[in-house]
Design a protein around this ligand. Structure first.
Ligand code: ASP
Ligand code: MG
Length: 425
């Protein structure tokens, strides 16, 4: 890498103690001394955001209002406030010139959606001036400021998005996300020990992996990287800080926009899974035009996200209509259907199941190869796993199955698609 403007992002674990912060400072100083212009975006120290929100919860009113959410953000943002100050001090102790900024000082402008604000613009003038003067600039993750100078936060895990947004605004050469795993894996190594680290993954695949349950990056940060074409790398912060910079710059997983031949050859790049959904079935619905709208319209109006949808063939003019929602929304959705939708539609009943999971295969190779989904179905049938629902896109196939078979399914698919074999390059 020639001399360039680089953004580093450090997660809560990497910032977890003063000792670790000192290591972060040494690593950043190494990059700066190599001639790079450095902007660093840290998270709060691990556990800190939970601690702060725990304090808030003790005193919060029973129902959340815009006024109470505003105060939650005022409280939660302080974790990152402490982090940037500590890191700037540590950098100064390493002999670097360093300055810290919180979101409002940059400013990082967001909309006013407290606790889940979206970044609208970043003014990079002040940061550029500091970089030109040879300083390392440390900017808070997670927080911003709205048009009326209220502090906002970007949602849990939002520091990833802050870092990518800063990298996009400054047209950084690369955004390096330092974390407690050393990259993006074919699946969660805690479930499949043979899982392999991917040296590259396409942006589209990463987006699917993130939205399907892989927790490595906040999904919004991947969307941002895609929109502004920010080269993004996920790598470990637990290597020795003084490893050669050339090696470090090539480590981890690069999220790329170039889809090369090698990627096309791998039919499936990864297996994702999530246990956060629940299935709801409206039974005995009169089969006539408009039922999907009559069932899902009120659900959408209540701000409930629907994921997989399935409508069965009808018998004697009646059909069953199933869909999945986040488990947190399960009770609310069933209530809503029972009180509003079932009577209006003349349906028979609403039944549900919270013990389901969604398992997905992801790969851009699926675009140009047939038979990938059927291989998935064959593998699951050989394991005796019943598929309850199926959904597909160009580069993924997801199935909903009984939660108790999740690990079995993930392992079997990982093997069937030969993800445990060394990549043939
Ligand atoms: N500190 C925030 C959180 O715990 C943001 C982040 O770490 O990315 O969610
Ligand atoms: Mg995170």
């Amino acid at each position: 890498m020639t001399m360039a403007l680089i953004v580093h992002k450090y997660g809560g674990t990497s910032m977890g103690s003063t000792e670790r912060i000192r290591n972060v400072a040494k690593r950043v100083a190494k990059w700066a001394r190599a001639g790079h212009q450095m902007v660093v975006v840290p998270s709060a120290m691990s556990g800190e955001t939970n601690r702060l929100l725990g304090l808030a919860k003790d005193l919060a009113p029973a129902t959340q209002t815009p006024a109470s959410l505003r105060e939650l953000d005022a409280i939660a943002c302080t974790g990152e406030q402490v982090s940037v100050g500590l890191l700037a001090l540590a950098l100064q102790s390493e002999g670097m010139e360093a300055v810290s900024y919180s979101g409002w000082q940059v400013p990082v402008k967001t909309n006013s959606a407290y606790t889940k604000a979206r970044i609208e613009s970043i003014d990079d003038a002040r940061v550029r001036a500091d970089l030109a003067a040879g300083k390392v600039v440390v900017i808070t993750g997670f927080q911003g400021v709205d048009g009326d100078n209220n502090i906002t936060t970007l949602g849990r895990g939002g520091s990833d998005t802050s870092a990518v947004a800063v990298a996009a605004a400054m047209k950084a050469a690369e955004c390096l996300i330092y974390t407690d795993v050393d990259g993006v894996y074919t699946t969660d190594p805690r479930i499949v020990p043979e899982a392999k680290r991917l040296s590259t993954i396409s942006f589209e695949e990463m987006l699917e992996m993130a939205s399907l349950g892989s927790k490595v990056l906040q999904i919004r940060s991947v969307e941002f990287a895609g929109k502004y074409r920010v080269p993004l790398r996920v790598l470990s912060s637990f290597t020795n800080w003084d490893i050669p910079i050339e090696d470090e710059a090539k480590s981890g997983t690069l999220i790329t926009f170039e889809e090369d031949e090698k990627m096309e050859r791998a039919l499936v790049s990864g297996i994702a899974f999530n246990r956060d959904e629940a299935k709801i079935t409206v039974v005995g619905v009169p089969d006539k035009p408009g039922i999907a709208y009559q069932i899902l319209g009120p659900v959408a109006d209540a701000n409930i996200d629907v994921d997989v949808i399935l409508q069965n063939v009808s018998h004697a003019g009646r059909t069953d209509f199933s869909f999945t929602v986040n488990r947190n929304d399960y009770t609310r959705t069933v209530e809503l259907l029972k009180t509003k939708v079932v009577p209006a539609l003349g349906a028979a009943d609403v039944v549900g199941d919270t013990r389901i999971c969604k398992v997905s295969i992801v790969g851009i190779g699926m675009r140009s190869h047939v038979g990938v989904a059927s291989k998935m179905f064959r593998c699951l049938s050989e394991e005796g796993i019943n598929i309850q629902m199926i959904t597909t896109s160009e580069i993924k196939t997801s199935v909903v199955i009984d939660e108790k078979y999740m690990e079995l399914a993930v392992r079997a698919l990982h093997r069937a698609f030969e993800l445990d074999q060394p990549a043939q390059v």
